[in-house]
Design a protein around this ligand. Structure first.
Ligand SMILES: [Fe+2]
Ligand SMILES: [Fe+2]
Length: 247
């Protein structure tokens, strides 16, 4: 059965970035040997060249196939250019498990701004990718930094995608089974129609709310069910969501 590790919001270069948390999460991920590791942005704190240089040293330790998308922090100080130097495409797709699964990564960042936007050309590209995947009966996962649906406990909502309604419709019409995001550092799952909207916490920073601790998600995709588990940095694990699916 497909198994995914979802890391987000590393914030390499932040004063409260904790290298030991990231190394431990990568070690756990390597031990789990997932089909893919998906990193939903804010890999760096400021988008600086040196931060990206350090970040890829960590990402290179990941032994599984990996897909990384930029976050708002990565797009600061022309970090979008550094992202392309060190990590390559800001959006693109990856096929895994002998083409049974397609991961579609989107760049929802805007240079030096915190809000998110996918934009019409990237939306059209995503729709075409979903259509092609549907023709081949592939399992479809979208990855982007900003959440499409508001996340609880994040205060006054102002960082949801500005084109959230349009992207939500494309995702639902395109029958994507999972949408993975980060950004607010609050792990949560919404299920709408046949799509799970999953946000991850911060894997390696102390940019946390209240008594939250750093974490990452693991996703177990079964024939007619999905189980999403929260893996805390203290070693504890908790089921974040478990629900039935139609495929
Ligand atoms: Fe973040
Ligand atoms: Fe963010």
């Amino acid at each position: 059965m497909p198994f995914i590790v979802h890391l987000s919001d590393l914030h390499v270069g932040a004063i409260n970035f904790k290298e030991n948390l990231l190394l431990e999460a990568i070690k756990k991920s390597n031990d789990l040997s997932p089909d893919v590791v998906i990193v939903t942005g804010d890999t760096t704190e400021n988008g600086y060249y040196l931060e990206f240089e350090q970040a890829v040293e960590y990402l290179d330790l990941i032994e599984s196939p990996i897909l990384v998308v930029p976050g708002n922090h990565d797009a600061r100080h022309v970090g979008d250019e550094c992202f392309e130097i060190f990590i390559k495409e800001r959006y693109g797709s990856l096929k895994i498990r002998k083409n049974a699964i397609k991961v579609i990564g989107l760049d929802s960042s805007e240079p030096d701004l915190d809000y998110g936007k996918v934009g019409r050309s990237q939306q059209k590209w995503m729709e075409d990718e979903l259509k092609r995947a549907n023709k081949k009966n592939m399992y479809k996962i979208i990855a982007l930094h900003h959440h499409i649906i508001p996340v609880p406990k994040t205060g006054r909502e102002r960082n949801v995608l500005t084109d959230a309604g349009d992207i939500l419709k494309s995702v639902i019409d395109g029958n994507a089974q999972l949408v993975l995001s980060g950004h607010k550092h609050v792990p949560h799952v919404w299920v709408l129609e046949n799509t799970g909207f999953v946000t991850a916490g911060t894997v390696s920073s102390l940019k946390l709310r209240g008594k939250d601790i750093s974490s990452f998600n693991t996703i177990d995709i079964k024939d007619y069910a999905i189980e999403i588990v929260l893996n805390f940095s203290d070693g504890k694990r908790r089921c974040l969501a478990s629900y039935k699916t139609t495929c």
